[in-house]
Design a protein around this ligand. Sequence first.
Ligand SMILES: Nc1ncnc2c1ncn2[C@@H]1O[C@H](COP(=O)(O)OP(=O)(O)OP(=O)(O)O)[C@@H](O)[C@H]1O
Length: 795
Amino acid sequence: MAYPEKQLDKITGTLQNVIFSSTESYFKILSVHIEESTLEDWQEPEMIATGTFADVQEGSVYGFYGQLVRHPKYGQQFKVDHYENELPPDENGLIKYFASGQFTGIGKKTAEKIVNHLGLNAVNLILDDAKILDGIVKAETARKLARTLRLNLGLERLFQIGNQFGIGADIAGRLYDQYGNEAQDILTQDPYRLVFEFDGISFKKADDIGHKVGVDKFDERRMQAAVYATIMNVTFQYGHMFLSHDQLLLSVEQMLHQNNTEMSNQIQKAIQSLIESNILVNDDGRYYAKRLYIAEKETAINLKRLLNTSSPLNITANDIDESFVTPGKMTLDQIQVEAVKTGLKSQIFLLTGGPGTGKTTIIRTMVATWKKMIQNRAKFADNTKDFLKNYQVRMASPTGRAAKRMTEVTGYDASTIHRLLGIADLDEPEFNADNPIAGGLLIIDEASMLDIELTSKLLAAVPNGMKVIIVGDSDQLPSVGPGNVLEDLVSSGDITHIELEVIYRQGRGSSITELATHIKNGELPADFLENQPDRSSFMVNSEQASQAIEQVVALAIKKGYTQDDLQILTPMYKTSAGVIALNQMAQKLFNPLKSNQKSLQFGMTIFRKGDKVLQLENDSERDVYNGDMGKIIAVQYKSDIGNDDNEDRLIIDFDGKELAYPKKNLNQLSLAYATTVHKAQGNEFQLVIMVLTNHFGLMLNRNLLYTGITRAKEALILVGEYTAFERASRTLVPKRFTFLQQRLSHSKTEVNEHDSSDESETIPEKTPHLTTTMVISSAVNPMIGMENITPYDFM
Ligand SMILES: Nc1ncnc2c1ncn2[C@@H]1O[C@H](COP(=O)(O)OP(=O)(O)OP(=O)(O)O)[C@@H](O)[C@H]1O
């Protein structure tokens, strides 16, 4: 195999010592004594080399390929792209190497025999395939020799091979962690296996490698990986639970850029094989990834289980009446009272409503009423303490912020659902069907964010008899992960549901809730462009949007708004009015660079003390989740006193919890002055600046706009193009293909693995992302009423 190499300099030298070795990655800093080099400008006998290295040995000779760079603090050093162990250069040296005693069963004679047969390239030939030693040494000796060579050189080789395939050292290191010495064979002989098993190699990457190593285009491993990757992309990118046969076929053909009869036959064969090997499920024409099928099926089964049990407390209407606690001096309206009473009586209850309709008020009332009721009952229990524990209220939400808010309003502990279930990364939850959570009443808020997999885990851990109250706003964006849980539960009709419609929020923030109601109904209000005490719109064309936002933010700062109060929301990362550009702009305004200020850079982002930051992924172990916002309270360099990470790091405060982010973890963070609407779900801010322009094209939909504006508690400023806002308000988010609703509605027929009842769900024939049609509003003058408006009008 010959793969093209990058043009790099080479230093050959003896490793003198390892100055630094990261404990969590393969990053190392080495001091190298140079024996030979292609660098023209370097005259010193030694050089500092940095990069990703396997278990390198001090005193050994290596060839380092890379470039001379200037580190701002440490001066010139050699940044290593890849390296190789410089094996002895002649036959005598190689014989000595094999006979050195480190290879069991090999003395001088056997070493000579190996080198005579295999020549100077013996090591590489053995690493490629140990069978080459057949007939030269005994099978057992050959096996041990190959094993020791791989232990010594395997990861180094993997780095080199990975480099030739465009796989960086991080991924190569992770491959080695997962597969050990087998990684090299997998990469070069069966790269498609990685699509199924390894998080970090896409189908496209595997296919590039497959192509280079000569895998046939109809090879069944390629076909199966293509089908699997397609279904995973469609479900995890677009939220669908399944595809029809034709959608799946069409999407795979599109991914492979080929649609002829032969290809179509091979894809269908691959679909069949994946079903036989239990990776896909064909559920009456709905093609699921097995794990999603199980999640949907178990969600339905657990909901039915819970619906069919009753609380041992046997709560009556009278019990609730006697314990009813109204929060503060408020008088709940009839439907709110009914929601509290029905909710506490039902085994499972759904409460939905837009902003300001009293969902939190009802949670407060329910919790207070439940607490009183349980305390009354506890008087008659054998063991009061146990009784109170067994019937305690549990509260959780998909995000940390929402959980914190629940705690604040109810005075009861709430947590993220991950925390409630004890989900640590990749492991099974600590609480599950065999080890259920304790309590008598479970309240889940922000349920629009529930995806099917989290819901399935949650419901499995709910014991029989525990009441479940699910609260959310079904007009918000659906969950990031697959499924459409809240809407499916509502439309199943099998679960008691009350929708709150009257908006109670008054004063500041109230015209925002009115606007939300209009948008929910698919229209912009007639007064959209008129300034309200709590809402204003600033219509500019897309090129002017970022400048307009800059002016608005500058003015907000003058008026005393802090970075915690203000949030810029935009649909996408790129474009001049996207997250990345707006963050850079807002950072300059909120946290301008001071001279000699410490900072850490990751990609294009420079983090410094005082910056508002966003966590981009779930880290259950540290209890910090995708969408959590924090503030950088310190930037610590490696040499700083008190830095026990031994590398540069940030200290971030997430609502009172301080976490360290060494440099290698900075990929989990971004600045958070501006975020996507998706990332802001579950969070609320005093002032929201919402940006929509027609550049955001297919992202413009009603749920996105609705979710964005309802993040604003006190004031909302809309910036962008009127037509974009109008288009968003008229465009429904594409429907997700799910079957939870039908599985629930068909509760009379047992849902099981072979369920093939005659559900008459019609599956749209084409994949939605391929055919999404947008309902674009009729022409409206974008500058209506804009003549005299300046940013001053908006504050
Ligand atoms: N029946 C009522 N009478 C008077 N005020 C009410 C009533 N119900 C709710 N409110 C008030 O309306 C405001 C909004 O209520 P609440 O926060 O419970 O709504 P919500 O649906 O949780 O809103 P959001 O989703 O925006 O947080 C609160 O100030 C609350 O005190």
